[in-house]
Design a protein around this ligand. Sequence first.
Ligand code: AGP
Length: 608
Amino acid sequence: MCGIIGYIGQKDAAPILMSGLKRMEYRGYDSSGLAILHNGVIQIKKEVGKIAELEKLLNGQSLPGQLGLGHTRWATHGIPSRTNAHPHIDTEGHIALIHNGIIENYSALRQRLGARGHKFRTETDTETLAHLIEDSYQGDLLEAVQLALAQVKGTYGLAVICDKEPDRIIAARMGSPLVIGVGEGENFVASDLAAIIPYTRNAIYLDDGEVALIKKDSVQHRTLTNREVLKKIESVTLDLEEIEKGGYDHFMLKEIMEQPRTLEDSMRGRLLEEEGTAKLGGVADHLDKLAHARRIIIIACGTSWHAGLIGEHMIEEFARIPVEVEYASEFRYRDPIIEDGTFVIAISQSGETADTLAGLKEARRKGATTLGICNVVGSTIARETDAGIYLHAGPEIGVASTKAFTSQVTVLALLSILLGRMKGISSAQGRWMVREMKKLPGLVAKILENHEKIMHLAQKFKDHRNFLYLGRGYNFSIALEGALKLKEISYIHAEGYPAAEMKHGPIALIDKDMPVVFIATQDGTYEKVLSNIEEVKARKGIVIAVCTEGDKEMGERADYTIEIPRTMNFLMPILSVIPLQLLAYYIAVLRGCNVDQPRNLAKSVTVE
Ligand code: AGP
């Protein structure tokens, strides 16, 4: 999720672009850059690191020019570097482009352009787009952009300038937000209102498939096939802070609610329905070794460790490879046994967690082949592993991990389908699994529609001092994750346990004041969980059950039910965790806790 901004008007663009980039830095960035057109030449300034690094590079030098583009990068393809930073240019530097999104078919386009003599300077999908526009350019930038985008698969919010047409910016949207700010004798385009609010509150929101020709005193809208589109100017009332959170009260709620999109992004270009399998480019060179591993060890911390437990279950179920999941902090000091054929998978949203990094180094020192599953491109763990799979979930700002968790489980599901198909799962079964994965964003959206019911439940339970979360199989991992969400943001003590284990001790805790959250979806152990629910009820415990929609029996037994749609068992964790994320969030808000920055916690624990 990058930040993009463009300006055309009577003032110098550079200061406006820089202040806009700063207002988008919450979107996460690892590099940034400017393109300014002045006296017929496009000047490019780019730097790796925070916006402040770009400011240092500019070092107060004036960059005259009333037409320009600015970009903060959240890397998806190509490590964070000055070279890979946007804006990207065509062969001769006549065209400059900034882009937010993922061009799925960029490697095929790159090959085709390479065969036509184009030379590439970077590893990015975006540079390919700049060359594609150059290849289509015959004197009309709007037309060249339309022709180029007609060949593109994927998502984009982009802005393009050309030194031969100094009076315009061309912008286009497909799947990534883009808004035009309409000023007096000046116009703006940005991925985010936050960047343009100080200059104008008159906004035009582009829709998917639309292209805009932006001059300093006019804006025209077209489709890719050049049909005119009429757009209205809207007046924006949100303030800056609300805009950064997408209109939500907290980043955590925004990140919970954007999971239908982040799941799509994590699966984008990776599901092969015809073949009934998955495609994971970052694993390709080590896929055979992984599929024939003698043992897989998953190391992680916190929420990522919970994702690892689900990954263990999936890979053993479908690929029949022995898997064990270790707390990285324990693994690193235990002089672990790493025999030939051991593959170690490190799961880390930030890619910087000290214990996971240390565990990874220990595994490599002992000769293991390693795979990283990270969200931050170019992070230390991502760079230390032999193979890697990025989440593409965009920056996760809230300390309590939500969208990264469901994307981790999604990536592990993709991996287990890929390995399973190599180890004997039929193509028919694979196609069924792929079809079910494609439904996930819609199913999650359906659960999120019920958020008010969960808010009312939170009202009833916000003052309880202890919770138990219970589940079996895949649902045990979700019990752990649900308990962690509650305790880390509401400071209520909560424990996750295997449902059957309750009778080996925790049952002593149960009384009329103890809410017990069961993840009790209709899978192979459902009847057993029903018995556990009876055991709790017999001791006057309060039962909250996350259950399969339409489960009437559960409605009669539990005190409260949260119904979720049905899918294949291995994908149910992605659905059953959503109500628990919301329950924790609403209880924490009702308790007046600092949801996005809970006490004592950090987003990335880079110390032991
Ligand atoms: C999750 O909500 C917590 N913030 C924490 O447990 C986190 O999952 C853990 O610190 C691991 O972080 P990582 O995924 O960035 O390695």
